[in-house]
Structures are given as C-alpha cells and as structure tokens.
Design a binder for this molecule. Structure first.
Ligand code: HEC
Ligand code: HEC
Ligand code: HEC
Ligand code: HEC
Ligand code: HEC
Length: 412
C-alpha cells in the first residue's frame, strides 16, 4: 500500500480542482440560463398562444414543444428550422407574420418536408436553432438563406425571392422548364437562343473555346478576379457584371457582349451558379442527365442543311456560330457574322485576304481554329473554296434580286 504522501497528485492540485469544480457549476448554471434564453422558446410560446386564440386551448396542447428537427439521412441533413417555423402545415395562418405563417402548400405536396427538409430549397444552416445563425449572415457560414432579404441585398430587379431557384435547379438542372423557377427557365431559354454551347460544354455537350460550365457553380468565391469589379465582391456580382460586358472584367476574352440587361444577367448568374456537383442523391434528381436533347424541329433543320449546298459548314461545325444565308444555312445562335459575304468583309474589316485570315486568324477565330475546329492546310483550302462559293452565290442572288427576276437555279 502506498502512503498518502506518495500520491501522484501534488498537493497544489487540490485548490485547483476546487476552482475547476466551482467553475463547472457556474458554467452549468450559465448554460442552462442561456438555453432558456434561446429565442425559439419564445417563438414556440407565442405560436401556442396564437393557436389557443384561434382554435382553443385543447388544440394548443397539440403544438409540439422543445427542439424539433427533420432528419434526412440520405442527404445528411438535420433541419431544425421547424423549431421556430411551426405553422408550416397549419391551416389558418396564411397571413400571419413569420415565423408563424402557413407554408405555401403547393410546393410541399410535390416535395414533402419529411423527405426534402427545408434547406435543400431555402439554404440556411439547418442545424442552427437561433435565427441569426440559421438565416445568416454569420462568419464561416456555408449556406446562406436564399430569401427575400438577400434578394434585396443583391438588388434583384424582379422577384426578390428568386434566389431560391438556384437551389431548385441543383435538382432540376436537366429539365428545360420547371414550374415555379421562372428566372431559371428564362435563363435556360437564353442559353439556347444565344448559343452558349457554341463555346461552352454544359452537361457534356458543347464547344471548348470557353471553360466547361457543367460545375462552374462550385468555383469558390475567392477564385474570381475582382480587380475590375466595382461594388459587391461576390461570385453572383461577378457573373452579373461579366454577362453585361465580359470584356469589362476579362479584357482579353472572346466571349461576346450580348448586351444583356440587368434582369437577363441576374437570371443567367443564378443559372450558372446553380450548376454545382449535386449534394443530393440521384433519387432526388428528376430528369435524366444530358436530357436536353435537340427538339425534333432542330434535328430536322440540321439534317436538311447538312444535305443542302451549305452542307460543309454544318458538318465542319462552323454553323454552330455562323449562318451562311446564301447557301441556306441558318445558325441557331448566330454568334459570328453571316459568312455569305466573308470574302468581301474580311478584306474591308481586317484589310487582309480571306486566305490570309484563315491561315492566321485573329480574335475568336484564332481560338476556334486552334482549339475547337482544327483544320489541316488542305481543309483550309476547302474552307476558302466553300466561302468563295457562298460569296458567288450571294452575288448571284443579289443581282437577281436587283433585276427582280428569280433565276431558275435559286428557285425552290
Ligand atoms: C421544395 C422546396 C421547398 C421546401 C422543401 C421548403 N420550402 Fe419553404 N418555400 C418554398 C417556396 C417556393 C416558397 C414561396 C417563396 C415565394 O415565392 O415567396 C416558400 C416559402 C417559405 C417561407 C415564407 C418566405 C417568404 O418569403 O415569405 C418560409 C418561412 C418557408 N418557406 C420555410 C420553410 C421551412 C421551415 C421548410 C422546412 C420544413 C420549408 N420552407 C421547405 C419552397 C420550399
Ligand atoms: C430561432 C427561430 C428561427 C429559426 C431556427 C429559423 N427561423 Fe426563419 N424566421 C424566423 C423569424 C423570426 C422570421 C421573421 C423575421 C425575419 O425575416 O428575419 C423568419 C423568416 C424566415 C424567412 C423569410 C425571410 C426571407 O428573407 O425571405 C424564411 C425563408 C425563413 N425564415 C426560413 C428559415 C429556414 C430555412 C430556417 C432553417 C435553416 C429557419 N428559417 C430557421 C425565425 C427562425
Ligand atoms: C432536393 C432536390 C429538389 C429540390 C431542391 C427541388 N426539387 Fe422539385 N422535384 C424534385 C423531385 C425528385 C421531384 C419529383 C419528380 C418526379 O416525380 O418525377 C420534383 C418535382 C417538382 C415539380 C413537379 C413536377 C411534375 O412533373 O409534376 C415541380 C413543379 C418542382 N419540383 C419545382 C421545384 C421548385 C420550384 C423548387 C425550388 C423551390 C424545387 N422543385 C426544388 C426534386 C427537387
Ligand atoms: C465565342 C465564344 C463564347 C460564347 C458564345 C460564350 N462564351 Fe462564355 N466564355 C468564353 C470564354 C473564352 C470565357 C473565359 C474568359 C472569360 O471569363 O470571359 C468565358 C467565360 C464564361 C463564364 C465564366 C466561367 C468561369 O469559370 O469563370 C461563364 C459563366 C460563361 N462564359 C457563360 C456563358 C454563357 C451563359 C453564354 C451564353 C449566353 C456564353 N458564355 C457564351 C467564350 C464564350
Ligand atoms: C464558336 C463560335 C465560332 C465557330 C464554331 C466558328 N466561328 Fe468564325 N467567327 C466567330 C466570331 C465570333 C467571329 C467574329 C470575329 C471575332 O469576334 O473575332 C468569326 C469570324 C469569322 C470570319 C471572319 C468573318 C468576317 O465577316 O469578319 C470567318 C471567315 C470565319 N469566322 C470563318 C469560320 C469558319 C470557316 C468556321 C468553321 C470552320 C468558323 N468560322 C467557326 C465565331 C465562330
């Protein structure tokens, strides 16, 4: 048996232990008080009171008390928003103030909260039980609440609640249209109309002149170059400014200025930021990857043009960006000029022959011909010949139009 004096604990520890003990007691008391001061208790009491007032005390007893959460293992989410937002499924609180308001019911029919939680649509920090950490902004937050307040801060020109649609589209990205995500739908239409895929891969399809955009929403805010951006330094603000005028931010870029207004630029910024690697399991994603196929009409048009006199421009891929009207080729996007008159235009625009331009192109075409469509010298000779044919045809049509007689060859 060891003697007490040989105790491994030096004597000095006793007072220290005593102090630690007292501190523990104090902190427990403080903790308990702090917990009692959580605002959610107050909101729950108030909601109970509102229910009692409207439906009587018996009904009020059915209002759940204490911390509430929706636990969705497949998404690794524990959303505690319902601790305060208790009115969600209650009828009769449609006009109450938040957090006591009935949730718009339609959207929850197709997305029951038991399966979808709250943050998959709204953003916010699901685990938080105080309003500020739940909604943000707080330091190191991962997921801001994409609500009206943030819409105000981002000066959304249209629907202040539209930012949430970014989250809708994390799941609905493969649909051409999603009811309730109008800003995103508008942006998807623009992407098709303006031919962004002429230069960018999206969902596995498109050109390589610009970066692949399939997961551009995962790019960290710190990775953007804000040097030329005035105002807010956020990825959203960067994209809005870039869409309004790409060259204002990236001086050397060949991305065209589409003259987008604020509403278009904001919708496009939401769309591209929604293109993230999905944090949700495949079962939550409606539509099939790469299910943005060409419509029947688009397919038929392409086939017809391929077999027409301008077939070479279609097969080679020039028609992604250029129409060649004189040969019946109509580009879906028309990013570059009509090539019917290239012979003449290159001379007047660049002071060079077309032959010379194709050998040493500048601007967009230098990127196109070095990265997307690589042509051998022989193929460049063919290109030159085809462009001359297009020009000859153009001249013929012009002459015919001027004499107002339609030659047999052009009639069909
Ligand atoms: C499938 C997506 C989706 C899910 C899941 C969802 N909501 Fe909503 N929520 C919406 C939509 C859409 C609106 C209407 C937004 C608008 O246009 O004002 C809305 C509105 C709200 C509002 C009113 C906001 C306002 O601007 O007035 C609150 C609060 C809210 N939801 C909380 C929740 C909570 C809490 C949960 C989890 C139990 C939840 N929501 C789950 C889509 C969703
Ligand atoms: C501690 C209580 C509390 C918690 C937890 C809480 N909220 Fe709220 N929420 C409120 C209150 C109070 C308001 C009304 C005042 C305001 O807008 O900040 C509100 C308003 C909202 C609004 C409308 C405001 C806007 O900007 O559009 C949305 C949406 C919302 N909450 C969603 C959520 C979501 C999602 C969560 C979970 C991540 C959550 N809330 C967690 C108390 C809470
Ligand atoms: C976590 C993934 C996810 C999020 C976030 C999400 N949805 Fe959905 N949505 C689904 C799934 C899964 C279905 C069911 C699809 C089915 O039945 O084929 C669906 C169905 C729908 C439908 C019904 C489609 C139909 O054919 O009837 C609409 C409309 C819709 N969602 C709109 C929205 C809107 C608007 C938002 C954002 C406020 C949103 N969704 C957010 C996954 C999601
Ligand atoms: C003629 C080719 C071309 C067309 C057409 C084009 N882009 Fe770009 N885009 C580029 C190039 C090159 C870059 C890289 C330099 C820069 O940031 O401007 C770029 C950059 C981007 C970026 C930033 C990517 C990042 O990682 O930072 C986005 C987003 C984008 N484009 C979206 C679009 C959308 C949407 C459209 C259609 C409305 C479009 N682009 C049309 C060439 C193009
Ligand atoms: C990704 C889009 C894109 C593709 C694909 C493309 N071009 Fe271009 N091209 C442009 C743009 C944009 C211009 C306008 C000049 C600029 O912005 O630098 C242009 C300019 C030209 C010009 C100068 C015309 C003028 O009037 O100034 C010629 C010639 C040309 N392209 C030929 C071709 C040929 C031939 C092909 C196919 C082998 C092709 N392009 C494919 C985007 C494209």
């Amino acid at each position: 048996m060891e003697k007490r004096t040989n105790s491994p604990y030096p004597r000095i520890d006793r007072p220290v232990l005593a102090v630690v003990g007292v501190l523990l007691v104090i902190s427990t008391i403080l903790f308990a008080r702090n917990d009692r001061e959580h605002e959610w208790r107050w909101y729950q009491a108030e909601f109970k009171r509102l229910v009692a007032e409207k439906f009587g005390p018996d009904k009020a007893k059915t209002v759940p008390a204490g911390l509430q959460q929706i636990w969705i293992p497949s998404m690794a989410k524990a959303d505690r928003c319902v601790t305060c937002h208790q009115a969600l499924g209650w009828k009769g609180f449609e006009t109450a103030d938040e957090p006591y308001r009935t949730h718009p019911p339609e959207i929850l029919k197709t997305h029951p909260p038991e399966t979808f939680g709250c943050t998959s649509c709204h953003g916010g920090q699901g685990w938080a039980i105080d309003r500020e950490p739940a909604h943000g902004p707080i330091e190191h937050w991962n997921e801001p609440l994409l609500g009206k307040q943030m819409g105000e801060e981002y000066s959304l020109s249209d629907n202040k609640a539209a930012l949430m649609q970014m989250n809708c589209n994390v799941c609905h990205r493969y649909e051409r249209e999603t009811k309730g995500a109008e800003a995103i739908n508008h942006a998807k239409k623009l992407v098709n109309e303006k031919g962004c895929r002429g230069c960018h891969v999206v969902n596995g399809r498109g050109g390589t002149i610009g970066p692949d955009l399939t997961f551009v929403g995962d790019k960290e805010a710190e990775q953007y170059e804000y040097g030329r951006l005035s105002g807010q330094k956020t990825s959203f603000a960067w994209h809005v400014a870039h869409f309004k005028d790409p060259r204002a931010l990236v001086t050397e870029t060949v991305m065209p200025n589409f003259n987008f207004g604020t509403k278009d630029a904001q919708a496009l910024a939401m769309l591209v930021l929604s293109w993230r690697k999905s944090p949700v399991p495949a079962a939550f994603i409606p539509g099939v990857p790469d299910s943005e196929p060409q419509t029947q009409q688009e397919k038929a048009d392409e086939e017809r043009m391929k077999n027409g006199p301008g077939g070479w421009f279609v097969k080679t891929g020039c028609f992604v960006c250029h129409s060649v009207t004189s040969l019946g080729v109509k580009s879906p996007a028309q990013i570059g000029p009509d090539l019917s008159t290239a012979v003449e235009d290159v001379q007047s625009r660049f002071g060079r022959t077309l032959d010379d331009f194709l050998r040493e192109p500048t601007g967009t075409m230098s990127v196109v011909l070095s990265r997307q469509i690589i042509l051998s010298p022989e193929e460049k000779a063919v290109a030159l010949q085809k462009l001359r044919e297009a020009y000859a045809e153009h001249e013929k049509q012009k002459a015919a139009a001027e004499t107002k007689t339609v030659p047999v060859a052009a009639r069909h």
